[in-house]
Design a protein around this ligand. Structure first.
Ligand code: FCB
Length: 437
């Protein structure tokens, strides 16, 4: 790979990311059932109905995994804590084994000079809370804040940074409007409620973590580079609607105390009562902001109800996910955020990477090219004045790619899901060399 650590600012952090349900294995250690278990058990939702009961067995193999991170020369590890592992019913009785696990994990990171970057919620909602309406219920803000307090009273003194929720767009829109992730709803009212509650929950968690003296708190959203599919006013309006839903809604709430008009046009009538009064809570002061970026989208107008749009396939080379490769989009998103929303706030790329077919048989060159191009885009953003403080590879290891099961392999380390054996890929070795120069 072309990049080297020495061409980035001196304190720039290189990290790798995973998430709890995708790697730990939820079938042991006292973890409670989650809405991903029930979603996966319902025919038609997940490829081959695959689930996270064993996943990468990281719960038992975490030392080996942290050793691989240390040997690679990473500065930090972005991990998440499973709500249902710590609170099997979502509230009430604590599973001490769950807290002990995260305690060991954080100590294990520190022993290997890896800065722990914690995410509280990366999608595995306890099934008992899904029964109560999950993200549709306004009380979720309190439930998540209570979970934040319980986890962080145990590990908050040692984590480097913390963010409440990974990718509000996926939690709310992808899961309640498009129905592609748990809970698999396709309902505009459920969507409007989830879109707002994901932000009130964020705000309450930040308050809860500040209340126990924590700092270096942030938020992590996902972004796409959006283009109109054709040169028509209809397509550019549709692209604007898409971009408002995907890119501007959550940062609008977090940094501007307002939601975009293009989104309220559709969701306005369905929003929860009193939503206009929640922006002080939502706009808690943050210490950093995280950007997850993978691809671009081309949008055309479509008949049918709001948002009256559809995605159109583009011409660029694609990853195994079918996602077009567009590194300049990352540069654009970073500079656009800095100029319009985040200003002097430090930014991190908190996820970036690509899936490939089984890499024991597929060469890893495409992944190395993808990562090099996005690291170069990050450097151009820095040169343009973006206060970018770090970059995170998704993912440290092959894992459970949600409704696409185990065949989409994003890892720098190959995992044989029959043997659970870890084998570093060529990209892992290339990054290790780049970080040493
Ligand atoms: C992101 C998710 C992560 C993984 C990657 C490919 O949206 O945060 O868990 O699924 O996409």
């Amino acid at each position: 790979m072309d990049f080297s650590r020495s061409t980035f600012p001196p304190d720039f952090l290189f990290a790798a990311a995973t998430s709890s349900y995708q790697i730990e294995g939820h079938g042991f250690g006292g973890a409670g059932p989650t809405h991903w278990d029930t979603f996966a058990a319902t025919p038609g939702n997940v490829v081959r109905a695959e689930h996270g009961q064993i996943a990468c067995d990281h719960y038992n193999r975490w030392e080996e995994d942290l050793d691989l991170m240390q040997a690679m020369g990473l500065d930090a590890y972005r991990f998440s804590t499973s709500w249902a592992r710590v609170l099997p019913e979502g509230r009430g009785t604590v599973n001490q084994k769950g807290l002990d696990f995260y305690d060991r994990l954080v100590d294990g990171m520190l022993a290997r000079d890896l800065k722990p970057m914690a995410t509280l919620y990366h999608w595995e909602l306890p099934a008992a809370l899904a029964d109560l309406g999950g993200w549709r219920n306004p009380d979720i803000a309190h439930w998540l804040a209570d979970f934040a307090t319980i986890v962080m009273e145990r590990i908050g003194d040692r984590v480097f940074s913390a963010a409440p929720i990974n990718e509000p767009w996926c939690v709310a829109w992808l899961s309640h409007f498009m129905g592609l992730q748990a809970p698999g709803l396709r309902d505009i009212r459920a969507t409007a409620h989830a879109m707002h509650h994901v932000l009130t929950a964020h705000g309450r968690c930040i308050q809860a973590m500040r209340a126990i003296g924590m700092n270096n708190l942030g938020a992590v959203c996902n972004f796409e580079y959006v283009q109109a599919a054709t040169d028509t006013p209809e397509a550019s309006e549709a692209a604007r609607r898409y971009e408002a839903i995907y890119n501007r809604f959550f940062v609008g709430g977090l940094f501007q105390g307002a939601y975009p008009d293009e989104v309220l046009e559709g969701l306005g009538p369905h929003m929860p009562k009193g939503w206009e009064n929640d922006f002080d809570l939502i706009g808690q002061k943050l210490d950093w902001f995280g950007v997850n970026y993978y691809t671009c989208k081309r949008i055309a107008a479509d008949s049918g109800p709001w948002p009256s749009l559809r995605e159109v396939e583009g011409p660029l080379p694609k990853t195994q996910m079918g996602w077009e490769i567009k590194p300049e989009g990352l540069e654009h998103i970073l500079t656009w955020l800095q100029q319009n929303y985040t200003g002097a706030l430090p930014l991190y790329v908190t996820e970036n990477g690509m899936a490939n077919a089984d890499d024991t048989t597929t060469p890893d060159d495409a992944r190395m090219d993808y990562l090099d191009a996005h690291l170069a885009a990050s450097q151009r953003a820095i040169a343009a004045g973006v206060p970018l403080a770090g970059y995170t590879f998704w993912s440290m290891m092959d894992n459970y790619e949600w409704s696409l099961g185990y065949e989409k392999r994003f890892g720098l380390v190959h995992v044989g899901f029959d043997t659970l054996q870890r084998t570093p890929k060529a990209s892992y070795h290339a990054i290790a060399r780049a970080l040493a120069r």
